[in-house]
Design a binder for this molecule. Sequence first.
Ligand SMILES: [Zn+2]
Length: 182
Amino acid sequence: MQKPCRGGACPRPAYSHKKQYNTKTSSLTKKRSTNKHMNDEHFMKQALQEARKAFEEGEVPIGAVVVQNNRIIGRGYNNVERLNDCTAHAEMIALTSAFNTLGSKYLMEATLYVTVEPCLMCAGALYWSKIGRIVYAAPDDKNSYRRATAGHSPFHPKTKLEEGPCKEESLQLMKAFFEQRR
Ligand SMILES: [Zn+2]
């Protein structure tokens, strides 16, 4: 049996693509999860681009994007130094930008992609936003919300939290930043 097509530059003729929709549910589910994975990678790379902007401005390189219906509705990167504001984390800025785009204070249908695991303050803001899903690239044992929550989740009960792609890229960027500062 042919392997399922991953789209894009697939050399197989169009009829074999169509055939895919007649196959059993299991392969459809597999295709959906492949798509989800590809989307996660695509949007996490966008969050990494935001993190690189922070790096270039001498800020701790963390970036975030908020996505709804495959569209970026908010972006942000760490701006603590420039704004002299220790609350100006990437997630806070991306959230405000998303609220403005939608004209809504809730983000139930949206996903936040962030390059580093959120801190407790951002977890609180994300709680109030009722965001549908949070995907982070790199865990942060030192500054993440876990430091203060003793195993309890500070997120909204309806929010899904996942470790996603691009962990190495995110860690490399953070490492490069702190090495440069020494
Ligand atoms: Zn934070």
